[in-house]
Design a protein around this ligand. Structure first.
Ligand SMILES: O=C(O)CCC(=O)C(=O)O
Length: 292
């Protein structure tokens, strides 16, 4: 669904918003099926947690970096309504998708409780500005229901946390606990918060509970001090499948050269076309504007 203006206002004023029903039922169902190409189902996991000891390696052991084995997961990071949200919030079409993660958590595998912190610490080399410039948006698309027992993200609304200095990054456990809002919601919800907002992961408290989410984070293109991953780093085979499936706009948010970019010439058009079989290269040809 298109994120309503009221949700953008909430991010401006409170620093976060939760949008139930962001994914359609079909998008959600397909993404949930695709999860099991990466993670054990809850039934499999809880039948024998020792067989899945990798998830006991700490709270981030269940994080997989982009891209994934299926368009049904990959397209969520470049979902037209997520791009639309980021464009409207950041007031520009000059976007950069700077981080995507898929995160599985299983009750008892690890302690997922975190101290309150702000994500700029691992998303930027500097600190946030107090005006709205250079903001970064982090998002969680819930692929399972998140109740109080499923380790909801706990967020301190902007007004209640704004007087806490940016440094140190982590503040002691228990501080501001009465200000925390638990971000619970049904599968298919979108949670967005800014990287200047105090928040923390919390532990899964219900026996046999699990939480699955896809995280996709946006900033204004060209924010050279912000970021978290280099896209070409891994899985060239998955990129080869994913890139032809994208629109020109979806490729753009990864920083792919745009139609008209001086990078394109006869040689690069031919070689990139060979690297990504099935990709329609016409849009990148000199007369490509009409193909977009
Ligand atoms: O998983 C969550 O709910 C929040 C995680 C988080 O805040 C972090 O890893 O920085």
């Amino acid at each position: 669904m298109r994120v309503p203006d009221a949700s953008l206002d909430e991010v401006r004023q409170r620093g976060f918003t939760l949008v139930p029903g962001f994914l359609s039922a079909e998008e959600l169902r397909a993404a949930q099926q695709a999860l099991w190409r990466h993670f054990p189902t809850p039934d499999d996991y809880f039948a024998d947690p020792d067989r899945h000891a990798a998830y006991a390696g700490g709270p981030f052991a269940g994080v997989e970096e982009f891209p994934y084995r299926s368009w049904d997961l990959n397209h969520l990071a470049v979902h037209p309504h997520l791009i639309d949200f980021a464009e409207r919030y950041l007031s520009t079409t000059e976007l950069q998708l700077y981080k995507v993660e898929l995160w599985a958590k299983y009750a008892g595998a690890a302690n997922y409780d975190q101290p309150l912190h702000r994500d700029y610490g691992s998303h930027s080399l500097v600190t946030p500005r107090l005006d709205a410039r250079y903001q970064q948006l982090t998002s969680f698309i819930f692929l399972s229901d998140v109740t109080e027992e499923d380790g909801p993200t706990r967020i301190v609304p902007y007004e209640s946390g704004k007087d806490v200095p940016f440094t140190p990054l982590y503040i002691e456990f228990g501080a501001l606990v009465e200000e925390e809002v638990s971000c619970t919601g049904p599968a298919g919800s979108l949670l967005v918060y800014r990287t200047d907002i105090l928040h923390r992961g919390s532990d899964l408290t219900g026996a046999g509970r699990s939480r699955f989410s896809l995280l996709a984070d946006y900033q204004v293109r060209g924010t050279t001090w912000g970021g978290k991953m280099a896209w070409p780093k891994q899985a060239p085979d998955r990129w080869a499948k994913f890139m032809p499936q994208c629109t020109v706009r979806q490729r753009d948010v990864f920083g792919f050269p745009r139609p008209g970019d001086p990078y394109w010439n006869e040689q690069t058009l031919a070689d990139v076309g060979r690297r990504y079989p099935g990709m329609d290269m016409a849009a990148y040809r000199p007369d490509g504007a009409r193909h977009r």
